[in-house]
Design a protein around this ligand. Structure first.
Ligand SMILES: Nc1ncnc2c1ncn2[C@@H]1O[C@H](COP(=O)(O)OP(=O)(O)O)[C@@H](O)[C@H]1O
Ligand SMILES: [Mg+2]
Length: 426
């Protein structure tokens, strides 16, 4: 690493390795002995060390494998770097924090936009609306010119003006074609309505002085914690690896019992659980069969459309789940959950392995969900969209913050919540 860049490289390198949590390993350890996540961090560290003498840096999916704390540190780091940065990333929150311009690659062309990711989304929406207006206007013009043309023909006016009108129509049709090509394909409307079954009472669940330990694990997972969930609450659980996020969901689902304290779940509470390992799926069925079994009232077309919203097409829909990839299974599991009757959703890292369109679909569905939601996630953008409460799990304590992820970060820094019009601005 000392070879890249000038200045006090060894010192900078040490600081960066420390910050990435790689300083615990002997400095001469072979790279292939590191875990996949650690190797990703090391690759990142090597890039960052030489930054002093660099004008441009390329980063390809830099936040993959990083935990939230490291990602936040990287965001600060990149914000202070003075050179140009070209970043490929699916991490929407990261793009919001770091980028000042977005290049969208679509239809074999690159479209430049000003601003960060949120600003890009807003501009894109506005531009699609005005594109729609332009398409309407030109369609009307073509119609009326064609009308005029057939009138002229009827009146037998074969003269120059007819061929001029023909040319005009041709030109407008070419323009229309170009405009339509720029219009993104319309997504099909959500065919699943995920209305919660309305049997639950206002109080959904309560934990009082809950304590939980595992045999062989010295630290407790929960230390005398009290928590409550009310109808319609949308809770995001955050915390480092191994802090007990999944365990908390298992307690709520009744899979694990507290060592001491009270756990009370309201009668009428119907839980839908998205497991990290998709344990609720029948692996001998295909996606279509899985949905058919759940919703016998659905027409085949509805099933295909619902699967389509989670990017399933072609052969995949009839392939057994046992032969599908982890990401594909995750999408079926999510769809299954959204089609089930329930009023409390427990989700464990639901956006892992999802592409952007599937994430959009999931977020849209959850925003419209009328039941209560408890979701573990490291996806800060997802949390910002769907939760109104954060439970931070750390060292056996669960601290409750009101608001979404951005509010939580601000509260931790002692800042007031953002005003409505400041949201998503850097
Ligand atoms: N059945 C178990 N027996 C012993 N230790 C466990 C058991 N289940 C989880 N743990 C440990 O408890 C801690 C919390 O696990 P988990 O809730 O899965 O963490 P996370 O916050 O990453 O979801 C981890 O250190 C894990 O190894
Ligand atoms: Mg977990």
């Amino acid at each position: 690493m000392a070879a890249s860049g000038g200045g006090n490289v060894a010192g900078i390198a040490k600081g960066i390795l420390e910050r990435l949590g790689l300083d615990k390993h002997p400095m001469d350890m072979a790279v292939n002995k590191l875990s996949g996540g650690e190797q990703a961090k090391l690759a990142l560290a090597r890039q960052l060390v030489g930054l002093n003498g660099i004008d441009v840096i390329f980063l390809d999916e830099p936040t993959n494998h990083l935990d939230i704390q490291t990602t936040e540190w990287l965001e600060d780091f990149m914000r202070t770097f003075k050179g140009a940065q070209l970043i490929v990333s699916h991490d929407r929150y990261f793009l919001d924090q770091v980028c000042t311009r977005i290049v969208e690659v679509d239809n074999l062309r690159a479209w430049p936009w000003k601003g960060n990711y949120s600003q890009f989304l807003k501009q894109k929406e506005a531009s699609e609306a005005s594109l729609g207006d332009m398409i309407n206007t030109i369609e009307k013009k073509i119609q009326s010119t064609m009308g005029a043309l057939s009138q002229m023909k009827r009146a037998n006016k074969y003269d120059k003006s007819i061929s001029a009108k023909h040319k005009m129509i041709e030109r407008m049709q070419q323009e229309l074609k170009a405009l339509r090509a720029r219009m993104p394909k319309k997504r099909k409307n959500l065919v699943f309505s995920i209305e919660a079954t309305d049997k639950g009472s206002m109080d959904v669940l309560m934990i009082e002085d809950g304590t939980m330990t595992f045999e062989g694990l010295e630290r407790p997972i929960l230390k005398k914690q009290s928590l409550e969930v009310r109808k319609g609450d949308r809770i995001g659980i955050v915390g480092g690896n191994g802090q007990g996020k999944t365990t908390l969901l298992k307690i709520i689902n009744g899979d694990l019992k507290l060592d001491s304290g009270v756990f009370d779940l309201a009668p009428g509470c119907e839980i839908g659980y998205f497991h990290q390992d998709h344990a609720t799926l029948d692996f001998s069925l295909s996606p279509v069969e899985q949905i058919e079994k759940l919703r016998p009232d659905y027409q085949y077309g509805d099933i295909r459309a619902a699967l389509g919203r989670f990017q399933f097409s072609g052969e995949q829909v009839t392939t057994k789940l046992s032969q599908l990839s982890g990401g594909e299974r995750a999408r079926v599991a999510l769809l299954k959950l959204l089609l089930e009757e329930n009023n409390l959703l427990l989700m464990d890292e639901p956006t892992n392995h999802l592409d952007m369109d599937s994430k959009d679909t999931l977020e849209e569905a959850l925003i419209n969900y009328t039941g209560s939601l408890i979701t573990v996630s490291h996806d800060r953008w997802f949390l910002d969209q769907v939760v109104n409460r954060i439970w931070e799990v750390d060292g056996g304590n669960v601290k409750v913050y009101y608001g979404n992820y951005t509010d939580y970060v601000r509260a931790k820094k002692g800042l007031p919540p953002l005003a409505e019009d400041e949201i998503s601005e850097i």
